[in-house]
Design a protein around this ligand. Structure first.
Ligand SMILES: [Zn+2]
Ligand SMILES: [Zn+2]
Length: 136
């Protein structure tokens, strides 16, 4: 069985061809994708944008993919793998993944002070990318 179909079935989600294709796209994407971008890449006339949205929300609720907010009007999605963050260029909008995170200690301190458990965080870094900086 296809590994994406297996991931879906493990979570009691129907493994349609379009859904398998969506997970494959997200797995191979270098950055989080919007529903529109995924829809455009699937290029399957039978799968409309609403269906893509519905599937993405089901995947996210099942913990297969994460919703990523980068401070603009879009919700983006990515496959859940290793913990990481993103940095967005203020000039061109390019998105880069960042593997570094040293917020575990801060989370522990917040847990001690507030009694919260299972603390998560979403941090977006912004700045000017190398390409844009060189263009000046
Ligand atoms: Zn840039
Ligand atoms: Zn982090």
């Amino acid at each position: 069985m296809n590994k994406y179909a297996a991931l879906l079935r493990q979570r009691d989600l129907k493994a349609t061809r379009a859904r398998v294709r969506m997970l494959e796209l997200l797995d191979n994407a270098a950055k989080p994708m919007t529903a529109q971008e995924i829809h455009a890449k699937i290029a399957d006339r039978k799968t409309d944008l609403a269906t893509v949205y519905r599937s993405l929300n089901k995947f996210a609720d099942a913990g297969l993919i994460a919703r990523v907010q980068l401070g603009d009007a879009f919700v983006r999605f990515e496959l859940v793998k290793r913990h990481h963050h993103h940095i967005v260029c203020n000039s061109c909008g390019k998105i880069f993944p960042i593997d570094l995170c040293n917020l575990a200690e801060l989370s522990d301190e917040i847990a001690r002070k507030t009694g919260f458990r299972n603390i998560e965080h979403q941090v977006v870094f912004r700045g000017e990318c190398q390409d844009c900086a060189q263009r000046r």
